[in-house]
Structures are given as structure tokens and as C-alpha cells.
Design a protein around this ligand. Structure first.
Ligand code: PLP
Length: 503
């Protein structure tokens, strides 16, 4: 029998849709749910409708419902109970102080419609960033409890005492010069990057680096080659900047550029790649593919953007040198190297960096300052000291051992409970996540949703594809929690997989 709450939500969502025909459906659903929790139409501790049923009744995707539930859980309005679904929290947070019109809209009365732009809608409708960003098996998250915060804080505190205006003002020069110098040494030694400090621009995460690259070097209508499957974050930034995406399939040797020459009009402006550890499948781009890509880029005037997001964590064999480091073999190619502290330290730091050719370094620094005004100089100066003192390299060495053990533990669980052939064939023993290959036809979004309802975070592989040919799978992060906290969530994942019947 259909619960009353489903009818209520259907009515409210319908009213919202009429009031805001251009509104993002996931936002509207979330607001209806939150409104119903606040006015106790969905009472404290009551069970929310199963997301599958609610999606079917409302005629929307289960992913949309799942997102709304995740948002409510992250904000304390709801909780997932192991094995039995999602419930309204026992104690409801205070309502946010919304403008009157917005409050009215959550109760079904006419609202002042906030009309989003076409591109704003595009980002929001395709949004994949999870609202909860910790716990087993959140992919891509390092163990933030292991960060040597006290050592870092000591450096910050000492630098802060200097009261230097430069530390607390805008960063106009693409970041702190000391960090440029430290990174140049680190990148040359650890990643074989060919660079001088003047080529480095410090950004607020990889996303800002990609945004800057796209704006400074690209125009709306330009084309970018992107990996298929690939990182949705890169795609979102490109799309909002009007860049057309050309997905190129990935195999065991990385992204495969199309063979032969192409007319100048079809040459891509950009090629975005993750050569050290293809995201999400894990392949390492072979030397012949790297040289081929650089040859394409040199001939077509394409900017190759190398996202080296987690290359510090490779658990077997030799470290893989950067693609950018091959520039002496391909001097006509244009490569931008991008790296981040999000995986080696912690994502909330929001500090990443790029190495751009000297010819465009000033343009990047000026554009960054114009568009975003840089900051965090104190932290950047502290990071420079942290690197120079050897603490950074020591932390990476330590975490490499920790993550290797966690990865081995998770692999053993997979082998024992599911079988060795469930690990994706492109896995190369690196990074912070594993990809489980699900049987053909199994709905990985449904499995993800079932796991989320029980408090376990995984990601569906199918969502990393742009085209229709999609492999079903799950991304499981193994880095953020110790082995003893993996077993129970893994059992939940296995149960959810076993309950999902391939179509
Ligand atoms: C391939 C890839 N690039 C970049 C990032 C994000 O880096 P940042 O946190 O520096 O924005 C991620 C995050 O998971 C990623 O998977």
C-alpha cells in the first residue's frame, strides 16, 4: 500500500514544479522533504518512503531521490539505519532562516521562482558531489585523522606571529613564492616535472586550476578530449565554460586518441588526461600512448592537461613519472601539469597547483588575481616549510604503507566474499580507491543507493560515463578508515550486491 507521505510529497512537488518550471528537480524534492519534516508532516523518527518507491511514484530518477536523502542525512534531518532504510532524525535541526517566499514554497504555496541560467541548471542537474564526505568507503578521501596537524599548526603559529601584511593580504602572484620554490624542487624530484618556480600557479584545488585553464586558453565552443569514463568534476567545469566534450575511450593503456590526422577545424583545443592513474579505472598510460598524445598535441596545437591527482600513492613497482616530464622529447607540445594536496594531506585545505609553460605564466597569474583574488598565503608559506623540512615526504611515505595495508585488506575481502575477478581488470595497484566490476546489467546506482541507505558510501561506475556504453561497477575508497572499520560496511556492500538482480 502506498504510504500517505508519498501522496503528500507528490502534491508538494507538483506545486513546486508549477511555481518553478525551470527549477532543479533534486533541489525542489529536497526542499519539499525538508519542509515536510519541519511542519511534522513527516514526523520525527518516522520512516521515509523507500527511494525506489518514491522515485517511481513521482516519476523521477532514483538518483535524484538518493541525492535528496543524502543531503537530509548530511544536514541532520535524516539518518540511515542499517538494513532498514532512511528515517527522519529523532531531533530535527532548527529551520534555516529562509526568506518568506521560499518558506511558503516548501508548503506548496506559490513561490517567487528563482530562475536559474541554462548553464547553472546544467551543473545542478548533473551534480554528483556527495554531501557527506567521510567514512567507509568514500572514494578518493585520504585518512584525514593521520595528518600531522600539530607539526603543521606549529609552523603556522610561528609564521602568524610575524604579522607580515603579505601573509594576510591578497595573493596576487599566483601564490606564495616560497611555495613555488618548494614545489618546483619536489615536483622535479618526485614527479620528474620539468619546471622552474616561476611556472607554478597555486590554486584553490584542481577544479579552480581547470577553470582557469579553460578560461585563459579556451573559448566557448572549443572542444576538449576527455577520458571515457572520466572524472565528472572536470567535465562540469568544462561544460559550464561552454567547452564541448569529446569522450575518448580508455583501455589498459589509458586514453586512446583517434588514429590519423584531422582537419584543423576538428582539432581539439584541450586534452584532459590522468596518465599516472586513470580516474576512475586505474590504468597507467603507456609510453607509446603518451608520445602519441604529445605528437597529436604538437601537430594540432592542443593543450594537454595532466591531472596528477593521486600519483604519490602507488603500491607496487616503480613510481610512474609525469607525462609533462616527457616535454624534452616533444618540445613543440604544450602541457599543463596539475597536482593537489587534497590526497596527500586533506581536501579541506583547498590548495592545488599547476605548472604552466613560461610563455603563459604571467597571463595565468594575472587572470587568477582578476577572477578570484588569491589567498591562504599563511598556509602556503607554512606548506613550503613543511615540504622543505622533509615532513611532507615523510608523511607521504608513512601513508603509502598505511594505504597499501588497507588496500590489501579490502582486496582480500573482495577475493574472499566475491572472487578475484570482481576487481576491475585495469587496476594497477595505486591510488585511494578500488573499482569493483559488477555483473553485466546490474544497476550500480541501485546498489549505491541501497548502500547509502545503510550509511555506506560508494559510487556507481556508470555515472562516470558520458555515452551510452557503460560498465556497471562500484568505486570503493579504502584510504579513509582503518581495516577494523571496513568489515561491517563491506558486508553491507556485499548484501546490497546480492540483493540486486541483473536486468
Ligand atoms: C581525478 C581527480 N582530479 C581532481 C580531483 C579534485 O582535486 P581537488 O580536491 O584538488 O580539487 C579529484 C577528486 O577526487 C579527482 O578524482
Amino acid at each position: 500500500m502506498k504510504p500517505i507521505s508519498v501522496d503528500l510529497l507528490a502534491q508538494r512537488l507538483e506545486a513546486e514544479r508549477k511555481a518553478r518550471p525551470d527549477g532543479a528537480i533534486n533541489r525542489m524534492l529536497y526542499e519539499c522533504l525538508r519542509g515536510a519534516i519541519h511542519d511534522a508532516s513527516l514526523p520525527a523518527a518516522s520512516r521515509l518512503p523507500p527511494s525506489r518507491d518514491l522515485a517511481a511514484q513521482l516519476g523521477i530518477s532514483r538518483n535524484t531521490v538518493m541525492h535528496a536523502y543524502e543531503q537530509l542525512m548530511a544536514e541532520g534531518y535524516a539518518k540511515g539505519l542499517t538494513g532498514s532504510g532512511t528515517y527522519v532524525a529523532d531531533r530535527i535541526p532548527d529551520p534555516p532562516s529562509l526568506p518568506r517566499a521560499a518558506m511558503a514554497s516548501t508548503h506548496g504555496a506559490p513561490a517567487v521562482a528563482a530562475r536559474l541560467s541554462r548553464r547553472g541548471r546544467q551543473v545542478i542537474d548533473k551534480a554528483l558531489a556527495q554531501t557527506r564526505q567521510w567514512g567507509a568507503f568514500m572514494p578518493g578521501l585520504p585518512d584525514i585523522t593521520q595528518v600531522p596537524q600539530q607539526k603543521l599548526a606549529k609552523i603556522v603559529a610561528r609564521l602568524a606571529r610575524s604579522q607580515s601584511p603579505a601573509m594576510l593580504s591578497y595573493a596576487a602572484g599566483g601564490g606564495h613564492p616560497a611555495l613555488h620554490r618548494s614545489l618546483a624542487v619536489y615536483l622535479r624530484q618526485a614527479r620528474s616535472v620539468v619546471c622552474e618556480p616561476e611556472q607554478i600557479v597555486v590554486t584553490e584545488g584542481v577544479h579552480q586550476a581547470i577553470d582557469l585553464i579553460t578560461r585563459v586558453l579556451g573559448d566557448p565552443g572549443d572542444t576538449a578530449w576527455v577520458e571515457e569514463p572520466g572524472y565528472w568534476g572536470t567535465r562540469s567545469v568544462l561544460e559550464i565554460n561552454g567547452i564541448r566534450l569529446k569522450p575518448l575511450p580508455v583501455d589498459a593503456e589509458g586514453m586512446r586518441p583517434p588514429p590519423g590526422d584531422r582537419p584543423a577545424a576538428q582539432a581539439p583545443r584541450f586534452a584532459f588526461v590522468t596518465p599516472s592513474h586513470q580516474y576512475p579505472l586505474g590504468a597507467v598510460m603507456s609510453m607509446s600512448r603518451r608520445l602519441d598524445l604529445l605528437a597529436h598535441a604538437a601537430r594540432d596545437g592542443t593543450w594537454v592537461v595532466e591531472d596528477d591527482y593521486d600519483s604519490e600513492f602507488r603500491f607496487a613497482g616503480q613510481p610512474i613519472a609525469s607525462l609533462q616530464g616527457l616535454l624534452p622529447n616533444a618540445p613543440a607540445a604544450q602541457v599543463i601539469y596539475v597536482g593537489t594536496f587534497s590526497k596527500t594531506l586533506y581536501p579541506g585545505l583547498r590548495i592545488a597547483y599547476m605548472v604552466v609553460p613560461a610563455s603563459v605564466a604571467t597571463a595565468f597569474r594575472t587572470a587568477q588575481s582578476e577572477l578570484y583574488r588569491g589567498g591562504h598565503m599563511l598556509m602556503q608559506a607554512a606548506l613550503a616549510e613543511f615540504i622543505d623540512s622533509g615532513l611532507y615526504a615523510a608523511h607521504i611515505r608513512k601513508m603509502r604503507l598505511v594505504y597499501a595495508a588497507r588496500r590489501a585488506f579490502l582486496i582480500a575481502l573482495v577475493q574472499q566474499w566475491l572472487g578475484a575477478d570482481w576487481i576491475h581488470e585495469y587496476d594497477t595497484g595505486a591510488g585511494l580507491h578500488l573499482v569493483l566490476a559488477l555483473p553485466e546489467g546490474m544497476d550500480d546506482v541501485a546498489v549505491t543507493e541501497a548502500c547509502a541507505a545503510q550509511g555506506v558510501l560508494v559510487r556507481p561506475l556508470s555515472r562516470y560515463y558520458l555515452g551510452r556504453r557503460r560498465r556497471s561497477g562500484l568505486l570503493l575508497g579504502f584510504a579513509s578508515v582503518p581495516q577494523e572499520q571496513m568489515l561491517a560496511p563491506f558486508e553491507i556492500v556485499v548484501r546490497c550486491i546480492r540483493q540486486a538482480v541483473p536486468a
